[in-house]
Write a protein that binds this ligand. Structure first.
Ligand code: 8DG
Ligand code: MG
Ligand code: MG
Length: 147
């Protein structure tokens, strides 16, 4: 729903990891259209970050995730968008319950499709908030916690 106009909203985004690959999809939504982004959405009333991460990932990709962990938080002011947006993004990491489960494009109006991308060879353009966050810091944090 995009939240209340002019008030900051809380988003939860998920680095779903498979070896050295991360799940990304090209957005079709007005905000960040055509850029590659993580699965994620808005925190609902009463939800924990972990619950929101699991729910949004399931709704958007059909994937069941496990070992959901807090990674970092980013403050994103997207003032140049058609619909200006201020979102505090809670970034989580997770792995698949079943390594063989394939992502499905369950919200085709919002995404072109999901695929796995190598950390060292991420697709372009990345969604603004992803591009500006320190991917090096994130990647270090992710790798340190893997296994
Ligand atoms: P919902 O209605 O399902 O709750 O929301 P959505 O349509 O799935 O929201 P979204 O735009 O996919 O993402 C939620 C918020 O998180 C959005 O305001 C922008 C912010 N956000 C980031 N980085 C990323 C990212 O990498 N991926 C996604 N999907 N959202 C991100 O700051
Ligand atoms: Mg989403
Ligand atoms: Mg969603």
């Amino acid at each position: 729903n995009g939240g209340v106009a002019f008030a900051p909203i809380v988003g939860v985004v998920v680095f779903v990891l498979k070896g050295n690959k991360v799940l990304l999809g090209r957005r079709r939504s007005a905000v960040g259209c055509n850029t590659f982004a993580l699965p994620g959405g808005h925190l609902e009333f009463g939800e924990s970050f972990e619950e929101c991460a699991a729910r949004e990932t399931k709704e958007e990709t059909g994937l069941d995730i496990d070992k959901i962990d807090y990674l970092t938080v980013t403050n994103n002011v997207l003032s140049r968008e058609v619909k200006p947006l201020h979102v505090v993004a809670i970034c989580m990491r997770a792995v698949l319950v079943d390594q063989n489960q394939m992502p499905q494009n369950l919200e085709p109006d919002k995404c072109d499709g999901w695929d796995w991308y190598d950390w060292n060879d991420l697709p372009k353009p990345l969604f603004g908030p992803l591009e500006t966050m320190s991917m090096i810091v994130v990647s270090d944090a992710i790798m340190r916690r893997q296994g």
